[in-house]
Every structure is written in structure tokens, then in C-alpha cells.
Design a protein around this ligand. Structure first.
Ligand code: SF4
Ligand code: FES
Length: 293
């Protein structure tokens, strides 16, 4: 069951501590005094937020607590610090106000892909999204079109299944004799061609943004197709394997489902040209005279 469609309850508001040490930020007046009144006239969004609290509204849902199954938004007021990200803000809210607030995160540097949220109506990585760049109150929700497990945590099993459908590993034509193994070199040009596709961190943002995936549960989705692109376009794999990959991609719920809406490309935190890759694979499938749905 998708839970985001239901109306949230009245928000619960939680204020930041009054103690300036706990707020961890100085007021603009203190900062001015420290600098002898000589402050730069050019202010950035971060300067404007210095010393302020940030208002975040976080989606809450816990199916396991009896009588508390309705989704709602909780309000938190978090002291701003320069460089603060959305992930920093929800971590502060969890550590300071409500330890039951649940979300995934790990690397905090846009590498693990675990903290993709729906922030102010767009799929974004929490650790890569600056608070200063967002309008307040900041709405933080789980990725749409995925089942919510708890709060900001969604079930990623289907996404992983689709990724594995395209056999995301290097394959040789035949199993080589270990004695005959040779280093397989890749040309700089070929490396350049697949470079962007190899940046995927399996965050699921693209799949969540895709209208086609939302309406067709069997659609492979932009991430899986991009993963297949990475291997299909790698010169080190032979023609037979490439054809095998294209056959996976030209199936009814493969590349032909894409309607080039570019939503996946727009949200990908690694700037992978997903729509372009899907289009290129469509052309490859046509060249191979494969099925066209
Ligand atoms: S293609 Fe981009 S948006 Fe999609 S899972 Fe990979 S990194 Fe995330
Ligand atoms: S915490 Fe790893 S990508 Fe954000």
C-alpha cells in the first residue's frame, strides 16, 4: 500500500533549545561584533540563515504501532549551521527530539545512495542537498511510488530485483581457460563512452521519479537500463553477449516503455544522462532488428 496519498494529521511542533550552545550557531549580531563591525555587504543564503532555526516537516508513519498507523507530518525546528544538509537536519531532529525518527544513511558524501528522499517535491539525496538552497518549511518525505516501511524508509526490494534482471556483471562469450587468461584492455574512447553510466549509486531516485515505472510495475526502469548500457556498450564484451543484453532490454517492459520524459535525468544525483542512454539502446535494438513493441 502506498501511504503518501493519505491526508496527514495535524503536525506536532518541536522547537530548538533556547540555549545558544545547544543551538550551535551564533547570532548575526555576535558575528558582527567579533569582526569589529566590518562585515561583507554581499550576503549568501547561508549568511541569511546564520543563527536561525530551520523549519522541517518530516513524514512519519509506523505501521507497527497499534493505533498509530495514520501517516502524518511532524514539525521540527533545527538550528542552522553553515553547510547544513537535509540529512544533517533530520539527524539533528532524531538525535535531539525524537529517537524513533527513522531513515537510512551511511556515507554522507553522495556515494552509498541510501538517503534518497522526496524533498520539497523532488527526489534528492539528503546528504547532497543544502538546506540554504530550499524554501521553508522543508517537506521531507519518502521516495514516491515505493512502499513505506517506516517514516522515510522505503522498500527497495523491487528496485534491486529490476537491477539484477539485466545481469549487471561482466560476461565473456565462453568460460575461458584460466591458463589462457589475458588482460582485457579498454580503449580510452570506450572508457569515455561508458564513464557516466558507471556512476550509478543505486539510490532509486530515478525510478521513483518515473511516471512509466509508477504505472507499470514490470518496467525495468531507468537505473536498470542504464546499468545494462554500461555493459552493452563495453567493447570488452563480445557481440553475442551484447545481443543477449539487447534481448533483455527490448522485451515488452524494457526500453520501449520509456516516453523520454527526462524526469529520471533531472533527478539523478550523479548527473547520468539516463534518457540519452535509453534512447541509444533503442537505436541499438533497431539496428539488431530486434522486436519493437
Ligand atoms: S541512475 Fe542516478 S538516480 Fe538512478 S539509481 Fe543510479 S544514481 Fe540514483
Ligand atoms: S548518505 Fe550515502 S549517499 Fe547520502
Amino acid at each position: 500500500m502506498s501511504t503518501q496519498q493519505q491526508q496527514p494529521e495535524e503536525p506536532q511542533s518541536q522547537e530548538a533549545p533556547e540555549d545558544p550552545e545547544m543551538r550551535g550557531a551564533e547570532s548575526p549580531v555576535d558575528e558582527k561584533e567579533k569582526q569589529g563591525g566590518d562585515i561583507d555587504q554581499q550576503t549568501t543564503p547561508e549568511d541569511e540563515l546564520e543563527g536561525e532555526t530551520v523549519h522541517i516537516k518530516v513524514f512519519r508513519y509506523d505501521p507497527e504501532v497499534e493505533g498509530k498507523q495514520e501517516p502524518r507530518f511532524d514539525d521540527f525546528h533545527v538550528p542552522f549551521e553553515k553547510g547544513m544538509t537535509v540529512l544533517d537536519a533530520v539527524m539533528y531532529a532524531r538525535d535531539t527530539y525524537d529517537s524513533s525518527l527513522t531513515f537510512r544513511h551511511s556515507c554522507r558524501q553522495a556515494v552509498c545512495g541510501s538517503d534518497a528522499f522526496f524533498v520539497n517535491g523532488k527526489q534528492r539525496l539528503g546528504c547532497k542537498t543544502q538546506i540554504a538552497d530550499l524554501e521553508q518549511p522543508i517537506r521531507i518525505e519518502p521516495l514516491p511510488h515505493q512502499e513505506v516501511v517506516k517514516d522515510l524508509v522505503v522498500d527497495m526490494d523491487h528496485f534491486y530485483d529490476q537491477m539484477h534482471t539485466v545481469e549487471p556483471y561482466f560476461q565473456d562469450e565462453d568460460t575461458p581457460n584460466p591458463a589462457d587468461l589475458e588482460e582485457q584492455r579498454q580503449s580510452p574512447e570506450n572508457r569515455e563512452k561508458i564513464k557516466m553510466s558507471s556512476r550509478c549509486i543505486w539510490c532509486g531516485a530515478c525510478m521513483s521519479s518515473c511516471n512509466i515505472a509508477a504505472g507499470d510495475n514490470d518496467y525495468l526502469g531507468p537505473a536498470a537500463i542504464n546499468k545494462a548500457y554500461k555493459f552493452a556498450m563495453d567493447d570488452r564484451e563480445g557481440e553475442e553477449i551484447k545481443e543477449h543484453r539487447l534481448r533483455i532490454l527490448e522485451q515488452e517492459h524494457g526500453v520501449w516503455r520509456c516516453q523520454t520524459q527526462f524526469s529520471c535525468t533531472e533527478v539523478c544525483p550523479k548527473d547520468i544522462p539516463l534518457t540519452e542512454h535509453i534512447q541509444e539502446l533503442k537505436r541499438e535494438a533497431v539496428k539488431k532488428n530486434l522486436k519493437f513493441w
